[in-house]
Design a binder for this molecule. Structure first.
Ligand code: PLP
Length: 402
């Protein structure tokens, strides 16, 4: 039986489903990107982006995927041969490291088991050792999408401060922005890197850098060559809401709408919703008798849950069965977890019933694929979400009464 009727369930950890409101906002004639209507929209969007990154500093937007925004962060701040400290939290941290190598940076890549976040104490120890301040940047991935582990950026900031080290802090917030509380200014992040197709609920196509004063100062003296990704060109035009080159106009229409949606729901509620859905997913995994890849409860990702397959069972065969029978895409295991892990995305436009459908699809898929597990994941997830909605309802009643 194939299940191609009804809507497709895109439960990968990005690109995430694009809400109808956003699709409708993008379904518009292209406008003159040098005209007054565009300039007004540009200013509105850039202001909204600053609120999402929680920064008063500039945010720039490129027509690129997240990888382009990684590159922009590197070429605008560093020089060939610069020493940087990176942490091997998973596949995406490894890819960023490879890019840094290609740009001639000298990387101290701190190993990790891909089941924990970046270790702030270990970073502090490295920085304390670096008396000559040779390390120019600490570069970490906030939410490691390959593993479902969220590093604690506030603690990394504290570690850098405790070591009295001047290194820049650069953070990949590609799969956390708009889903997990992120604080560019409060955490003293110098460059935050992100993109459109995850928590911002847009199609792929936009890359972001949020830029601190310190990063901006570094960009005035660093030596790596750049042209298209040069912040200075972008910032000059952005001051009046414009872009130096043709922007991705219709994706920006979508961004204006998705920012509105996030602010209407309220960022705190958006973050709480992601945490609830993640907790329900983990309850299901536990009930199935399977194992969540992330080993540190304080680092469980609100965005996705990576699940280990029992030995001898291929995660990709299971995913293929789920797609064929239930028209649902789950995330594949990446790099060393290929075939061993599947990932359930619960980000962006995902609510209680979306998640319940996804959990049902996984449980039915486990049975269909002959993967040993216990039934009861659906009920376990439901209990978590029911408890959460009771708590919310009680809070609203109390507020109404008060
Ligand atoms: N960093 C993280 C944490 C990611 O999840 C991804 C993509 O999923 C990337 C970087 C690469 O981004 P892109 O594929 O948009 O270039």
């Amino acid at each position: 039986m194939t299940a191609q009727t009804g809507r497709h369930f895109l439960q990968i950890p990005g690109p995430s489903p694009v809400p109808d409101r956003v699709l409708r906002a993008m379904d518009m004639p292209v406008i003159d990107h040098r005209g007054p209507e565009f300039g007004k929209m540009g200013l509105e969007i850039l202001e909204g982006c600053r609120a999402i990154f929680k920064t008063a500093s500039p945010v720039v937007i490129y027509p690129s995927s997240g990888t382009g925004a990684w590159e922009a962060a590197i070429v605008n701040t560093l020089s060939s041969g610069d020493k940087v400290l990176m942490v091997e939290t998973g596949h995406f941290a490894t890819l960023w490291c490879k890019m840094a190598e290609r740009w001639g940076l000298n990387i101290d890549f701190m190993p990790s088991d891909w089941r924990h976040g970046a270790d702030a104490a270990a970073i502090e120890a490295k920085l304390v050792e670096d008396k000559a301040h040779a390390i120019k940047a600490v570069m970490v991935v906030h939410n490691e999408t390959s593993t479902g582990v969220t590093s604690r950026i506030g603690e990394i900031r504290k570690a850098i401060d405790a070591a009295h080290h001047p290194a820049l802090l650069m953070v990949d917030t590609i799969s956390s922005l708009g889903s997990v509380d992120y604080r560019h200014d409060e955490w003293g992040v110098d460059v935050s890197v992100s993109c459109s197709q995850k928590g911002l609920m847009l199609p792929p196509g936009l890359g972001f850098n949020a830029i601190s004063d310190k990063a901006l100062a570094a960009s005035k003296t660093n030596k790596l060559p750049r042209s298209y990704f040069d912040w200075q060109e972008m910032l000059k035009s952005n001051a009046s809401g414009f872009f130096p080159y043709t922007p991705a106009t219709n994706v920006l229409f979508g961004l204006r709408e998705s920012l509105k949606m996030l602010f209407e729901e309220g960022l705190n509620e958006v973050f709480a919703r992601h945490k609830r859905l993640a907790a329900a997913t983990r309850a299901a995994v536990e009930a199935w008798g399977l194992e969540v890849l992330c080993l540190e409860p304080a680092e469980y990702s609100p965005v996705l849950t990576a699940v280990l397959m029992p030995p001898g069972h291929d995660a990709d065969r299971f995913r293929a069965i789920v797609l064929e029978k239930y028209n649902m895409s789950l995330g594949t295991g990446l790099a060393k977890f290929a075939g061993k892990v599947f990932r359930i995305g619960h980000l962006g436009e995902c609510n209680t019933l979306t998640l319940m459908a996804a959990i049902s699809g996984v449980e039915m898929g486990l049975a269909a694929a002959g993967v040993p597990h216990r039934a009861g994941g659906i009920t376990a997830a439901m209990r978590v979400l029911e408890d959460a909605s009771e708590t919310n309802a009680a809070a609203s009643l109390k507020m109404a009464a008060g």
